[in-house]
Design a protein around this ligand. Structure first.
Ligand code: ATP
Ligand code: MG
Length: 240
């Protein structure tokens, strides 16, 4: 695994320092959470239910405000939800993508931007397709196209494959691996998962526990560590 650049060598794309977040009911979701991403790539977060993964993504997307600590990000973030039906709002692929395009484009530029966004995710030519007729994997690819077309360079993906069958899961993984490793303008992705096999595909993985993120390590090593822990549970259970 390539290590993120040493501190100080590069301005990080994302830096989270001692981030804390409390819900209005007083519940603590994050406490002294530190995380840094120094280069584009496919970065994964894994951790138990309630460890703070979704809250961290919402803070990074600007949907929540930290209670303490600091968060600096030189990229434009966009969230990709677990369920694309919560994200895709308009009836056709083209109309939905148009909704998120940056302002100031004329009609021809908007058409071109939609065409390019669809081609980017392997949905070329589906401008007029009703969204309800797409498969789950196609909907998730459209949600990713929308995030990219809106100008985002940091994709925050919250269990994007949890509702998908294995073939669609693989498609989304392959797509994000390609977009984060392309030569020109590679994206940065922060991908939350409970599917340990996905860790094999990342550039680095961190374990979230009790509102804190551990340091980056290889996805393979983290998978092995977590599978050993799961195997040691009574019954060797597949605990989510
Ligand atoms: N809207 C809310 N109001 C109050 N507490 C919340 C709210 N949403 C989440 N929490 C709490 O914040 C903590 C962190 O939740 P979060 O959803 O970030 O965890 P997670 O790691 O994404 O879990 P999961 O793997 O189940 O998705 C948990 O204790 C959760 O119960
Ligand atoms: Mg969550």
């Amino acid at each position: 695994m390539q290590q993120p650049a040493a501190a100080g060598a590069l301005t990080p794309l994302l830096r989270v320092r001692h981030l804390g977040f409390r819900w209005p009911n007083g519940g603590k979701a994050l406490e002294h959470c530190n995380l840094e991403i120094s280069r584009p790539g496919l970065w994964m977060l894994v951790g138990g239910n309630g460890s703070g993964k979704s809250t961290l993504l919402r803070l990074l997307a600007g949907l929540l405000q930290p209670s303490s600590g600091s968060l600096t990000c030189s990229c434009t973030p966009a969230l990709v939800f677990q369920n694309p039906d919560h994200q895709l709002l308009l009836p056709s692929c083209s109309s939905d993508l148009q909704l998120g395009l940056p302002p100031g484009l004329d009609a021809r530029e908007r058409r071109l931007a939609v065409q390019q966004a669809l081609a980017l995710v392997g949905l070329a030519g589906l401008e007029d397709r009703p969204i309800h007729s797409l498969s789950g994997g196609q909907k998730q690819r459209l949600a990713i196209a929308g995030a990219v077309a809106s100008g985002a360079s940091l994709l925050l993906l919250d269990e994007p494959t949890a509702l998908l069958d294995p073939a669609s899961q693989e498609e989304i993984l392959a797509l994000m691996a390609q977009l984060t490793r392309r030569r020109e303008q590679p994206l940065t992705a922060l991908w939350v998962t409970h599917r340990l096999e996905e860790l094999e595909r990342c550039d680095g993985a961190a374990l979230m526990h009790n509102g804190k993120a551990g340091s980056w390590q290889s996805g393979h090593a983290l998978r092995q560590q977590l599978e050993r822990q799961l195997g040691a549970l009574p019954g060797g259970g597949a605990k989510r």
